[in-house]
Design a protein around this ligand. Structure first.
Ligand SMILES: [Mn+2]
Length: 262
């Protein structure tokens, strides 16, 4: 399907990208990686301005300790998102496993709208399921256990009442633990579980889904038990380059990597 894209798709945004709905995820923005922030801001100022709608499907930030964080890098990104929504581009944000504390104040400040993990949108008359993706990784039992703890409303209520400095220290510990976990677990375990994928198609009654999280950008075809070939698009992360899914008409989409200019 990507081969149907015109050759000049990357260049001629003004015309070609009009009416395009864009999806990004897993930017993992953090002050320690200014080159990623620069590329994200560049994207928000240029290509994203041509979008009919921008969807950010989780892990926009490497970690979010609360909307009261005043780190200038984070404030800057919020200003850029505000400029995008002020320019008339609607922007929907989903929680990822890193930034699930993005709250009301963030949404008000940026003009973005929070959408639930597991939202079905109509994309050119086709229902499409949007997920962050971590709920599909059911083979990673210890991650799923951690998820239940950190997503517990009481735990979150308590966490938000700690000082910023304490929250930052806890966040650093969790990030280090997550890094150790990623290095110690077999790569298969970190990917989606095919039964969980099949269940999600069935539960939401869709034949297309888009998610991120696994950092394995690809377009997969799943043969469902009802005989239908369903499509699962996995968005790419922004660690070494940008990644965007551009969906411009029924069955006309492209998963594109955006080279990083240094
Ligand atoms: Mn994630």
């Amino acid at each position: 399907m990507t081969s149907e894209q015109p050759a000049n798709f990357n260049v001629d945004f003004g015309y070609t990208l009009a009416m395009t709905i864009m999806f990004i995820s897993d930017l993992h923005l953090n002050a320690a990686q200014p080159e990623v922030i620069t590329q994200a801001i560049q994207f928000l100022r240029t290509e994203a301005r041509q979008a009919e709608h921008l969807y950010i499907l989780g892990d926009l930030f490497e970690f979010w300790i609360g909307d009261d964080d005043t780190d200038p890098a984070y404030v800057h990104i919020q200003d850029e998102l505000k400029a995008l929504t002020d320019s008339g581009v609607p922007c929907s944000v989903m929680h990822g496993n890193r930034d699930f504390l993005l709250g009301k104040r963030f949404m008000q400040r940026t003009g973005c709208k929070l959408i639930a993990d597991g939202t079905v949108i109509s994309l050119y008359d086709e229902p499409v399921l949007l997920l962050h993706g971590d709920t599909l990784c059911t083979d990673d039992r210890s991650y799923q256990r951690l998820r239940r703890i950190v997503r517990n409303p009481i735990i979150q209520w308590l966490f938000k009442r700690l000082s910023l400095a304490r929250r930052e220290r806890i966040a650093t510990k969790i990030r280090m633990g997550s890094q150790r976990h990623t290095q110690s677990v077999a790569p298969m375990i970190m990917d989606v579980n095919s039964h969980a994928v099949a269940k999600a198609f069935k539960r939401y009654a869709v034949n297309s889904m888009i998610h991120g999280h696994t950092h394995r950008p690809a377009i997969h075809t799943h043969h469902l038990s009802n005989g239908v070939d369903a499509t699962r698009v996995v968005l790419g992360d922004w660690h070494t380059q940008g990644s965007v899914l551009r969906w411009s008409a029924y069955d006309n989409y492209a998963l594109v990597s955006l080279p990083r200019m240094t």
